[in-house]
Ligand binder design. Structure first.
Ligand code: TRP
Length: 456
């Protein structure tokens, strides 16, 4: 095991890095869209329930496995249950993580493109400040132009992949942790600033009311499935990320408290995004427009910025926020693969970084081209992008999470969960019994039920 003794340098760094992995495009662009479709606060309650009852227990299970195994996602299973086939679940984690990263990188590239276009002002050329629909048409057309261009999105995507690689080459403490310590406070700063600005717009109250008044009639089985998917995706579950990161946690890290903080931050960012988006959209009378992820971020919000005056400033800040959120998430995904290559083959970090990044560049390039030159290349009616998204997010993440729950609930060595939750008996472990019940019965049952409802 090449990296057995590496741990995060500080508690703050450990939290910043783990929260950085969790808070990403999922919270910022997916959450508001799902909330709009799911009855505002009704969806928020549902999401909070999913995070508390399922997300956090599964997170604790992954972290316990990771800290006990102290290796990559496969090695952790091997170190704990030597002669079993459970390592296949670890392999599944790594594959799911790679597939997710390959389409996530595409959006990260678009974000970088939009940041560039906001800084240079190209995005707002000829866009007037009134929201008559003309601005919408121009911005819509501009988005279509950007993402189907054969080169522009590719180049920005390669640049951000390069940034990921440079950070990761620095290692766990000097790369991941140090950069998260800077980027995460910055992310929260920008988020609060934007919140403050949109909440002081005229008519913001109506937007808040729209967001915070729960409409339970909108909760359908589809919405419940959406909330569960959102929970797994936004907490980075089932991708081996928490197994890998917890391998770097010191022995005295309080796992339950850490997962509570990560879950809480993920909810908070979604909530703050709601505070930003709904008042802004309401204030400029854009309620008729779709808040669906892509349109929301790349068309509706730029329209809001155009109407606010100084669009370049707000737009640059927003896309910077989005880029930071995405970057700290892909860093965590790449770390899973790097640790895997290091621990399984014994290769050094530089080589592991280069190999994992090159492979990612190849896959994400294919995904990126599926919006342009490869648009008509479909499998079962789905583009490469949509197919990868379906397989990884909707199928692999829940299946892997069920396996993780069953392993930690039933098959892991006796006492392992208790030792991890109580830090070898040094802190009280009142919740171990409840955690075990959730892992054994509740979580697998609920996830299977929702999976079946999705596909039958
Ligand atoms: N949690 C992230 C989000 O909400 C998603 C994510 C986590 C991710 N880890 C990742 C995406 C690794 C790609 C690669 O957006």
């Amino acid at each position: 095991m090449t990296k057995k003794n590496v741990t995060f340098a500080s508690k703050m760094g450990l939290i910043a890095t783990t929260v950085g992995s969790a808070v990403g495009l999922g919270n910022i662009w997916r959450f508001p869209a799902e909330a709009q479709a799911g009855g505002g606060a009704a969806f928020l309650f549902l999401y909070i329930a999913c995070v508390v009852l399922l997300g956090i227990p599964v997170m604790v299970a992954e972290m316990s496995l990771g800290r006990a195994g102290r290796s990559d996602a496969i090695g952790a299973f091997r170190n704990i249950s030597h002669d079993s086939k459970w390592w296949i679940v670890g392999l599944g984690c790594i594959v799911a993580c790679y597939l997710i990263m390959s389409f996530y990188m595409v959006i990260e590239g678009w974000t970088a493109a939009y940041l560039w276009e906001s800084l240079t002002g190209g995005l707002y050329e000829g866009v007037s400040a009134d929201t008559t629909g003309e601005a919408s048409a121009i911005l819509q057309e501009r988005m279509r132009g950007y993402i189907s261009d054969p080169w522009f999105p590719l180049i920005t995507m390669w640049v951000v992949t390069g940034i990921n690689a440079v950070i990761l080459l620095g290692g766990v403490k000097k790369g991941l942790e140090r950069i998260s310590n800077v980027l995460m406070p910055m992310l929260f700063g920008v988020l609060l600033l934007l919140c403050f600005v949109t909440l002081s717009l005229p008519g913001a109250g109506a937007g808040l009311e729209f967001f915070l008044r729960p409409d339970f009639s909108k909760i359908t089985s589809q919405v419940v499935i959406g909330a569960l998917g959102q929970t797994f995706f936004s907490l980075s579950l089932g991708m081996g990320i928490l197994i890998t990161y917890a391998g770097y946690y010191p022995g005295d890290t309080h796992l339950l408290r850490t997962s509570g903080i990560v879950g809480g931050m993920s909810i908070l960012v979604g909530l703050l995004m709601g505070f930003i988006i709904f008042p802004a959209v309401m204030s400029f009378n854009l309620t008729g427009e779709s808040l669906e992820g892509t349109t929301l971020v790349f068309v509706t919000l730029p329209e809001v910025f155009a109407a606010m005056g100084t669009p370049q400033l707000w737009s640059s800040l927003f896309f910077l926020l989005l880029l930071v959120a995405a970057l700290t998430s892909t860093m965590s995904g790449l770390e899973v693969v790097i640790r895997f290559l290091q621990d399984r083959t014994g290769m050094n970090r530089v080589r592991a970084c280069l190999i994992s990044v090159s492979l990612l560049v190849a896959l994400s390039t294919l995904c990126c081209l599926s919006f342009g030159p490869l648009k008509d290349y479909t499998i079962g009616g789905l583009t490469i992008f949509s197919l990868l998204e379906l397989i990884s997010t909707d199928i692999m993440l829940p299946v892997i999470s069920i396996c993780l729950c069953l392993y930690m609930g039933w098959f892991a060595p006796k006492g392992l969960l208790r030792r991890q939750l109580t830090n070898e008996g040094t802190i009280p472990g009142r919740e171990v019994g409840v955690e075990r019940l959730i892992l054994r019965y509740f979580a697998p049952f609920v996830i299977v039920a929702i999976l079946l409802a999705r596909f039958i």
